[in-house]
Ligand binder design. Sequence first.
Ligand code: GLU
Length: 282
Amino acid sequence: MIVTRFAPSPSGRLHLGHAYSAAIGHARARETGGKFRLRIEDLDQTRCKPEFVDGIFEDLRWLGLDWDESVLMQSKRTAAYEAALDELKARGLAYACFCTRADIAQSLTAPHGDAATSYPGTCRNLPDNPRRRATTPHCWRLNSARALELTELPTWTEADGKDFSAKASGIGDAILARKDAPASYHLSCVVDDAASGVTTVVRGVDLRPSTPIQRLLQQLLGLPEPTYLHHPLVTHMDGRRLAKRDLAPTVAAMRDSGVDGPVLVQDLLTDHLPSGFRLQEA
Ligand code: GLU
């Protein structure tokens, strides 16, 4: 049975890009008698607000995108993330990192890529120091070199049948747990996708670079391998990404302007976007 999920962060109102992603995930599940699960990614307590959680429910209902079973709230899942992190720690695959952003920027001679792949490894081989950990803010990182001694470079298949292979250069010492949150996006994502029985991860193509590290974590933790459907992004006609500062059209604003939710979903599923917007592959 196909199980898809929509996993928004409640740090703002949903916009047209979210509606597109949710519409695809919902259709994939409903076409085959599968399930569509909703997960609220609310671990970042500084950016997430309860009113945006309510906004997500309201917007999905208006779009006619009903979800199955209970909503998974990441803020209630700390114990599951800690268990996964403990397992990685016990196998010597996680280390405490005390670097600040400024430390990392300074020690990289040629910064490139994102923080996951460009961490210079300063704390990787420090002896464990529980006293320092008790008194100094730190995150936990994956020891990716050790991980790749234990398991192969991951591969995955996309829903259109294309196969992908991770490159070692795309896998770094990713953060597993943050200074201020019990789990990083990557760790919480793989733990929750597995717990919800997700078979098809539907999300924007901008998140494809996250897939190598997430597949690696699945291999290390013995979690099932989903299929990935990385869909094109909704952008403005000039290619600009939808973002709050861009006055992205929120689902709520479209409702207020008299748009019909289920009709909008049908249009999105047939790649008919409202005027002023288009789909972009990468
Ligand atoms: N919470 C992420 C976002 O809103 C989605 C992550 C995912 O689908 O894997 O962009």
